[in-house]
Every structure is written in C-alpha cells, then in structure tokens.
Design a protein around this ligand. Structure first.
Ligand SMILES: Cc1ncc(C[n+]2csc(CCOP(=O)(O)OP(=O)(O)O)c2C)c(N)n1
Ligand SMILES: [Mg+2]
Length: 373
C-alpha cells in the first residue's frame, strides 16, 4: 500500500524507517516482499563491489576517470526499486544504481573506458546516457515527462525519474526544469542526491535554503527530505512520488522533488583528493550509518540472511563483475571518436585538432597520444 501522506511533510522532517542497527522505526512495515528485500540487498552489494573494482581498474590505467558511488547506495537502489520497467531514467555520473538495476550490461563499463559503445548500453532499458554536464538533463526529464503525458492519452503509465546532485540545484537548468514541470504537471520525479559536497564546495555554500526539498515550494509542488542512507525510506517515498505522478484525477498528477541526505565516502572522482577539503572523521561518522550494513542487519534479524547466503551473494557478484571486466579487454577504442558527435559537422577548430592528432598518430603511432607535443 503506497502511503501518499509521506509527501506531505515539513521539509526538514527527514523521513527514515530503518535504524542503523537494523530495527524498524515509526511503526513501519516494509512493503517490499522478503524476496524483493533480498534482491535489493544483493544489488546494493553488487553496486559496492562494482565501485571498488572500478576504482582499482582506474588505478591500473584500464579506465579513464571514474566517479565513486560508495555510501550512496541507499538512495540509488532504494529509488530504482520503486520504478516500473516502463519508467524513464536520466542520471548524473555517480548514480550507478540505474544501470545496475536495469540489467547491468557489461557494455556500461565501456563508457568509463572512453568507448563510444558505452553510451548506447542501456538505450533499450529506457536509461539515458549518463550526464556529466551538471543539470543539463533536468529540463530534458521534464520534457520527456510531458511527452509521455501527451503520448499516453489519459492513461499514461510512465514516469520519468531524474537523478542529480546538490550541486546541480545551483544551475539555471534545475530551476527551469522544475518550474516547467510544476506549470505543466509533468509526471517527473526529481531525486536530488544531497551528499553534502559538490566536489570541494560544501552544501552550506551551495544554497542558503535550509533544505533542498523546500525549493519545490517555489514551483508549486511537494518536496520531501529523506534519509538517503535508508534504502527502505527512499523506496517508499519514491513509490509515493511515482503514484502521484500518474494520478489520473484532474489536477492531482504532479511532480515531486525528493532530497536524499547522504554521503560519498570516496573522492569526487579518481582525479580528486578529498583530504584537501574534508576530515576523515566526517567520513567515519557517515560510515557508521552505512546503507548496506543497515539493510543487512535488518535481514539478519528477520532470519532472511546468514553468513552463508552473504558469501553466495558475494561470489555471484564477483563473477558478474569479472565477466564484465573480461569483455572490456576486447573492446578497441578509436581515438578519432573523441572528435565525433559534438556537432553534426565539425567546427574548423575541431577539424584542425582532429587533423593534428591524425598526423601525430601517423608519424609516431598511438604513443603520440600519451606524449606532450
Ligand atoms: C555545467 C557544468 N559546470 C561545472 C561542471 C564541473 N563539475 C563537475 S562535477 C561538479 C559538482 C557537482 O556536484 P553535485 O551535483 O553535488 O554532484 P556530486 O558530484 O556530489 O555527485 C562540477 C561543478 C560540470 N561538469 N558541468
Ligand atoms: Mg553533491
């Protein structure tokens, strides 16, 4: 049973159901079945394993830059589990839960290795290519929601979910996207992963608003703040927002802004050194409320999970990831691709650069690409 009243809370009343020790709070009963809870746990573990391996592959020089997710699995997987297959996904570079829940195609790794093929990996699963240009995808999510509405006649059953970070809320695109969504009642769910930092800029310097959730007020729809380290709370809230987005009653369907409060344990990307701007104690504090440990504690309490089952899940996840890494070796990148697709026809400057690179490769081979010329 979806609880729509969850969306009607004060903005700073952070919704949470699962305590760090795995007990349930606030008279909550999970609406996910036991099998679904176990599957959510296994996917979150896959996400953490994927993340560890991706960082290590980057360190080995087998990937380009990578944006670690560890710590943010509660909001990523909790929100993904609330969706149906027909729903559309747009996400920022850190929310790897979207590709993992939508089938974890091995080609997803290609993107991070700089291969064109990584972009299309999830097209059939209604997942857009990940977004690097902060906030750009927010108006797209609104427009897509509007299109779903128009195409679905009166019985649209697709929502559009858009993931982005706290930093994205400072972009004009955020405000334009949410304003339009409010005016046209688009079936869009905006999930802001507030991890407290936009690279080295703390949340307090990002906005003077007390919460990010309250920004929804300005656009005429509901905003809620959720404990992003609690996958079950994020699940229930996203489920309620999804239902509201599809409400067939006139003027009842509306977007929602969900602010998930969480933390990234690792660096912003593998090109960042967080010790320059934050203390280890801060990281340690957040690790104490880890989303995977919480769910695991709950499942153990309920007798749904034991050491042996955890070992089986880990073994299965390791073999899935190993298979994805294996096929990475066979992908051949064409350095020319980096000049493709920005414009239908390359601008003179891009054409010059492409020509310059081709000449260098002809003269020196691909070693030219790692040398300063
Ligand atoms: C339009 C734009 N401006 C600046 C950047 C540089 N940039 C990359 S990540 C980032 C911070 C984003 O922070 P947030 O939205 O909180 O996401 P997080 O990295 O915390 O997941 C910035 C400013 C960019 N990618 N795009
Ligand atoms: Mg952030």
């Amino acid at each position: 049973m979806v609880d729509r009243t969850l969306l009607d809370r004060p903005y700073d009343d952070r919704i949470g159901f699962l305590a760090p020790d795995g007990t349930l709070q606030n008279d909550y009963e999970p609406s996910l079945s036991d099998d679904e809870l176990l599957s959510l746990y296994a996917d979150m573990k896959l996400g953490r394993h994927f993340d560890d391996r991706m960082v290590s592959l980057q360190r080995q020089g087998r990937l380009g830059t990578y944006a670690p997710m560890a710590g943010q699995e509660g909001s990523g997987f909790g929100s993904m589990y609330a969706l149906e297959d027909a729903d559309w996904l747009l996400y920022q570079y850190r929310e790897h839960a979207a590709p993992i829940v939508r089938g974890f195609p091995p080609e997803y790794l290609h993107y991070w290795a700089g291969h064109e093929s990584g972009h299309d990996a999830l097209a059939d699963e209604r997942v857009f290519p990940l977004n690097i240009c902060i906030g750009d995808h927010i108006p797209h999510a609104t427009g897509l929601g509007m299109a779903a509405d128009l195409q679905g006649d009166d019985d649209n059953d697709e929502v559009v979910v858009c993931h982005f970070g706290d930093g994205a809320t400072s972009e004009g695109d955020f405000h334009e996207g949410l304003n339009f969504a409010g005016v046209f009642d688009t079936p869009t769910v905006f999930v802001c992963h507030n991890n407290g930092w936009a690279i080295s800029v703390p949340r307090e310097e990002q906005t003077r608003s007390q919460t990010i959730a309250q920004k929804a007020e300005a656009y005429g729809f509901e905003g809620v703040q959720v404990d992003g380290m609690d996958p079950l709370a994020v699940y229930e809230v996203t489920r309620a927002a999804r239902e509201k987005a599809l409400d067939p009653r006139e003027h009842e369907a509306a977007p929602t802004l969900i602010e998930t409060v969480e933390y990234r344990y690792g660096a912003h990307t593998t090109a960042d050194d967080p010790s320059e701007y934050r203390d280890d104690e801060e990281v340690e504090r957040w690790r104490q409320v880890d989303p995977i440990d919480r769910l695991e504690a709950y499942l153990r309490r309920e007798g749904l999970l034991d050491d042996e089952e955890i070992a089986d899940i880990e073994a299965e996840n390791e073999s899935r990831m190993a298979a994805a890494v294996d096929q990475l070796a066979s992908v051949d990148a064409d350095p020319d691709d980096m000049f493709a697709d920005a414009f239908a026809e390359p601008t003179p400057r891009i054409a010059d650069q492409r020509e310059h690179m081709r000449e260098l490769r002809e003269r020196h081979g691909d070693a030219a690409l790692t040398r300063e010329e």
